[in-house]
Design a protein around this ligand. Structure first.
Ligand code: NAD
Length: 463
């Protein structure tokens, strides 16, 4: 049985709440802190503020027992050996990461420190942030031997966050003292030793893997860089395949075949080689920009990242042009949109390409009816229902009498649609698929005009 450690996690969002629930699941005593009182109340009352598989089960098992919720950062700091900072680090106007939330939390922690603490950057932050946090804490009069700063970047993906957290490819422990490195690594001991086990009965459907997760011990600076470099690399892979897809379209090749041919090379790997409407979400856009900014500040030309961003922006415009080429004009056209979240499996709308495309459709005068399995409530707050922006209860209701159907998020349930039913539901059987969820030959056989990404469009022969 590994040691139970007292932990505070500051910020109960996609990362903080999942990390806190998983730490409790691993046997630790956890206090989850957020300054959003409504969220804390909801969590205390047994609510689940975000859509993540297995999170409701974990919260039901641990909430208000080994997992507590509070707005009181001071009390949480004093009760904990290790404090994880997991607040947002959004993009500022210059492209750099806005670290004001991290700064505010660090100052408050500093004013609460009474004995040795390890303060861990869980948020994605630029290299050198640990130095700034150290300065903030020292400035508040805390002696240097009462704290250490460490970095433990998070690699979970929204939609599969719990599984990713408990069965990641690696755990990065970035610390500059033996004491903090040891304490941080010991938190993850149940995962790194392979002793963590969740029974099928406790969390139905959860897959427990046998293989322990390797721990990579680095300096704090290296850990900060690992996270930015990972996200920038993945975004680069996406932009790369999107341009390859555009070349495929120009010559009549199929990007799915090309991606398979590239991805089976073990030096490259198959993941993140999916052509589509470009990356979005709360991480890639801001992290690519922030990493580019880090380069700029250090006098290192990382023009490659500027190109990655440019390609990504172009990809959405190209898709919109594709819709135009199918519909000719937009005014008063009824367009069904499947998917609002930035990717399947999540309700997160931050920087979602789907919202950008809907915005363009609305500006052109179209009437949009959208459906998303998880993100509709959040979407209604950003795009309120109106005569031109409507929400439907399912995919078929969205498609009713529509002039075309756009697929903008890769939800599995869209890939499993009943195509015959969809065909007679639509006014015109036109599908423009930004996520390549369907096979063009099948779509042609079912009588659809079908346009996708990096593949030739198909049209039923006209008499
Ligand atoms: P989020 O916006 O979902 O959650 C942040 C939470 O912090 C919110 O609940 C907010 O109320 C709270 N908060 C803000 N200021 C606070 C304060 N002073 N005191 C207490 N709570 C405060 O953000 P997120 O998606 O969880 O991302 C958090 C960090 O993790 C970011 O740096 C992000 O880049 C990184 N990250 C995110 C993901 C992801 O998939 N979302 C993956 C890896 C890393």
């Amino acid at each position: 049985m590994s040691k139970s450690i007292s932990i505070a996690v500051v910020g109960s969002g996609y990362v903080g709440l999942v990390a806190a629930a998983c730490f409790a699941e691993m046997g630790h005593q956890v206090i989850c802190v957020d300054n959003d009182e409504k969220k804390v109340e909801m969590l205390r009352a047994g609510g689940v503020p975000i859509h993540e598989d297995y999170l409701p089960e974990l919260l039901a098992r641990h909430a208000n027992q080994t997992l507590k919720f509070t707005t009181d950062l001071r009390a949480a700091t004093q009760a904990s050996q290790v404090i994880f900072i997991a607040v947002g680090t959004p993009q500022s106007k210059t492209g750099s990461a806005d670290l004001s939330y991290v700064d505010a939390v660090a100052s408050e922690i500093a004013r609460s420190i009474d004995d040795y603490k390890v303060i861990v950057e869980k948020s994605t932050v630029p290299v050198y942030t640990n130095e700034w946090i150290r300065r903030v804490i020292e400035r508040n009069g805390v002696p240097r031997d009462l704290f250490d700063i460490a970095s433990n970047p998070e690699f979970l993906r929204e939609g599969t966050a719990v599984v990713d957290f408990l069965h990641g490819d690696r755990i990065v422990v970035g610390a500059d003292s033996e004491r903090s490195s040891g304490l941080l690594a010991s938190i993850y001991e149940p995962l790194s030793s392979g002793s963590y086990y969740v029974s099928e009965q406790a969390v139905p459907g959860f897959r427990t893997l046998d293989n322990p997760t390797p721990v990579l011990r680095t300096t704090t600076k290296a850990a900060e860089l690992i996270k930015h470099a990972s996200n920038a690399f993945l975004a680069m892979k996406i932009s790369f395949i999107n341009v390859v897809g555009n070349i495929c379209e120009a010559v009549g090749a199929d990007v799915e075949q090309v991606a398979q041919g590239i991805g089976t090379d073990s030096r490259i790997g198959p993941k993140f080689l999916k052509a589509g409407i470009g990356y979005g979400g709360s991480c890639f856009p801001k992290d690519v920009a922030a990493f580019r900014y880090v380069g700029e500040q250090l006098g290192v030309d990382f023009g490659l990242l500027a190109e990655v961003e440019k390609i990504n922006a172009e990809q959405k415009k190209r898709f919109f042009q594709k819709v135009r080429s199918a519909l000719w004009t937009f005014r008063a056209k009824r367009i069904a949109v499947l998917g609002l979240a930035f990717k399947g499996g999540t309700d997160d709308l931050r920087d979602s390409p789907a919202l950008e495309i809907i915005d363009l459709l609305l500006k052109e005068g179209s009437i949009v009816t959208a459906y998303d399995p998880a993100a509709m409530e959040r979407a209604k707050a950003v795009l309120p229902p109106s005569d031109t922006m409507r929400y439907a209860a399912d995919s078929y209701a969205a498609a009713q009498d529509a002039d075309a159907l756009l697929v903008l998020t890769d939800w599995q349930e869209f890939a499993e649609l009943d195509l015959d039913r969809m065909h007679y539901t639509l006014r015109y059987p036109i599908v423009i698929d930004g996520r390549n969820l369907f096979d063009p030959v099948t779509m042609l056989q079912r009588g659809f005009t079908y346009l996708s990404i990096g593949r030739m469009g198909v049209h039923p022969t006209r008499e």
